[in-house]
Design a binder for this molecule. Structure first.
Ligand SMILES: *[C@@H]1O[C@H](CO)[C@@H](O)[C@H](O)[C@H]1NC(C)=O
Ligand SMILES: *[C@@H]1O[C@H](CO)[C@@H](O)[C@H](O)[C@H]1NC(C)=O
Ligand SMILES: *[C@@H]1O[C@H](CO)[C@@H](O)[C@H](O)[C@H]1NC(C)=O
Length: 412
């Protein structure tokens, strides 16, 4: 697989960040992070599996080695959604809407290729699937409006990428994990059983959702804001037929975009990694911008340590609701696992700092990397929920950090 990847030096600010944290041994390891080139799946365009702008889908691939040669990690990139024409047009030219804007990426966290920093998956075949459809890979609308040239084809991309990976050797996988962060974590819930069905019956196949357990909760003004938002995503992208039938047979398609109504009927083992005060959910489900016209939540939305007593109370109610919804999923299947910490965080598998490092978040002394690995290999059940904020002193930081594509949504 040479030619796909190369070593890259960390930018100096990151190296500085790590300096006080790690031992000398870890420092030398983190100084080099695998940089992986883009693989563009040109052939997918024949079946109309294309990004919002009509460009071919793409992924990043790093081949397995040693005992990991037969194991496959398929990690789906996140980046919110687009829910109407205006919104999809504005993301169409960026990397969340076009593979033309994608480039090489660094493989860190769950994608890291060092055993010390990623003990269970470091030598697997590792894939990061680029997210350019805006629907968590559920869309499929045949018609393309010539006025906009917008393509809603996420589900076709998922199928085309899987077919390509199966042909590359995933067809014979002995272990496979479908994972993803945020909108990618939701993808891994919505496509979990479909992924499972593609792989050998005797393979160990599981799914991991990281920061992807979005709950159907009202906002602080009592409006069902996220429910309307998810509904418009599903309508815009024609997603209904690609959502799990076990949900759409019983509920409206818009509801079947919420893991809480889908996950209880997933047959494949699922691990839910989510902060109970997920920063994206606090900012977009509990306190979306339109619910805070006065701006009283401005500081708190950015940094949980700046919240006043009343705001923390509101978040505790949100946590209770999150745990109640999660309870149904948990109860459904003993093979599921979960790691629910009390941080103000969103996505904890992608950064080495939150995945496995000397001061990474822990629950009962166990890092995210250990919890997921032990659960994957059936070495230990992992079902832990931390006590309420502020009891967790292991959080990476409690600030909201804007990441690519994880901006607040803008629906009124
Ligand atoms: C799967 O394994 C079989 C038997 O070893 C081999 O013939 C085939 O080429 C493999 N398929 C892929 C896609 O690697
Ligand atoms: C965590 O580790 C510390 C030090 O090794 C130990 O004292 C403590 O009991 C452990 N806590 C749990 C919950 O395992
Ligand atoms: C899409 O939603 C945005 C708000 O997020 C709104 O301003 C815009 O008018 C909507 N566009 C259409 C075509 O409905």
């Amino acid at each position: 697989m040479a030619g796909f990847s190369r070593r890259a030096q960390l930018p100096p600010f990151l190296a500085l960040l790590l300096l006080p944290l790690g031992t000398v041994g870890l420092l030398s390891l983190t100084a080099s992070v695998l940089e992986v080139d883009l693989t563009v799946l040109q052939s997918a365009t024949k079946r109309g599996a294309v990004c919002l702008d009509g460009s071919p889908p793409a992924y990043h691939f790093s081949g397995g080695f040693g005992s990991g040669e037969g194991s496959w990690l398929v990690h789906i990139e996140g980046g919110g959604w687009c829910h109407n024409v205006t919104n999809c047009l504005s993301r169409m030219k960026g990397k969340l809407g076009s593979s033309r804007a994608m480039g090489a990426v660094r493989f860190s966290g769950i994608l890291n290729d060092h055993g010390e920093l990623n003990p269970y998956f470091y030598n697997w075949n590792k894939v990061k699937v680029g997210y350019c459809d805006g629907s968590s890979f559920t869309g499929d609308v045949d018609r393309v409006d010539p006025a906009t040239n917008l393509h809603y084809r996420g589900a076709r991309i998922f199928d085309a990428v899987m077919e390509d990976l199966l042909a590359k050797g995933m067809k014979n996988a002995t272990n496979a994990l479908l994972s993803g962060c945020s909108a990618g974590g939701l993808t891994s819930v919505l496509h979990c059983d479909r992924f499972r069905a593609l792989l050998p019956a005797d393979a160990r196949v599981k799914c991991l959702t990281d920061g992807g357990y979005f709950v159907n909760a009202k906002d602080i003004s009592g409006i069902e804001y996220v429910r309307a938002y998810f509904n418009s995503i599903v309508e815009t992208h024609g997603s209904a037929k690609n959502l799990p039938p076990s949900c759409t047979l019983r509920m409206s398609p818009g509801m079947c975009f919420f893991p809480q109504y889908v996950a209880p009927r997933i047959l494949t083992p699922l691990f839910i990694l989510n902060a109970a005060y997920d920063s994206w959910q606090i900012r977009n489900i509990l306190v979306p911008l339109p619910s805070d016209r006065e701006g009283t939540w401005k500081d708190c939305r950015a940094d949980i340590t700046k919240c006043n007593t009343k705001q923390i109370e509101g978040m505790q109610v949100f946590r209770q609701e999150f745990l109640k919804d999660l309870g149904r999923t948990i109860a459904s299947d003993p093979s599921n696992g979960f790691f629910i910490n009390s941080c103000f965080a969103h996505c904890q598998t992608e950064l080495t700092a939150t995945w496995k490092f000397s001061n990474s978040p822990v629950l009962g002394n166990t890092t995210v990397a250990e919890a997921v690995g032990l659960w994957f290999y059936d070495l230990r059940d992992f079902k832990e929920i931390d006590c309420p904020y502020p009891c967790d002193s292991s959080c990476y930081n409690n600030k909201y950090e804007s990441q690519d594509g994880l901006e607040d949504n803008d629906i009124p």
